[in-house]
Design a protein around this ligand. Structure first.
Ligand SMILES: [Ca+2]
Ligand SMILES: [Ca+2]
Length: 119
C-alpha cells in the first residue's frame, strides 16, 4: 500500500478530510494556471491589461466580419442591437480588470484572474 494511503488509514477522519482538501486545492491551483496560460501571451505568469483585452476580444473579432472594430446589429445577429465598438468593449474590460486586480499591481495573478467577477 502507498505510504500516503497507509497514513490516511491510521489518522482520524478529520485529518484525512483535511488531507483530501489539500489535494483538491492542488488540483484547482493547476486549473488556475491553465486558465492563466490561455491569457498570458508573453508567459510571465501574470496577465497585463493588454493581454486581458486581447484574450477577451476574441469573440468580438470573430463577430466583426469586416474587421472595422465596430459590431453592427447585423454582425451581432441581434436585430435592433446597439452598435458596439471594440473601444467600448476594451473600456469595459479595463474597468473589469481594475476590479479583479485586488492588490492593484496592474497585473492579474492566476488567483485574481480565477476569482469570481467583482461587481
Ligand atoms: Ca503576461
Ligand atoms: Ca494583481
Amino acid at each position: 500500500m502507498h505510504w500516503f494511503l497507509h497514513a490516511l488509514k491510521k489518522t482520524s477522519p478529520g485529518v484525512a478530510a483535511s488531507a483530501l482538501m489539500l489535494v483538491s486545492f492542488a488540483v484547482s491551483a493547476q486549473n488556475q494556471n491553465d486558465y492563466l496560460a490561455s491569457f498570458d501571451a508573453d508567459g510571465d505568469k501574470r496577465v497585463s491589461l493588454e493581454e486581458f483585452q486581447r484574450a477577451m476580444s476574441w469573440a468580438f473579432e470573430q463577430m466583426d466580419k469586416n474587421g472595422d472594430g465596430i459590431l453592427s446589429p447585423e454582425e451581432q445577429l441581434v436585430p435592433k442591437a446597439k452598435t458596439f465598438t471594440l473601444k467600448e468593449h476594451h473600456d469595459r474590460l479595463a474597468i473589469q480588470f481594475g476590479k479583479q486586480d485586488r492588490n492593484h499591481d496592474g497585473f492579474l495573478s492566476a488567483k485574481e484572474l480565477a476569482a469570481p467577477p467583482q461587481m
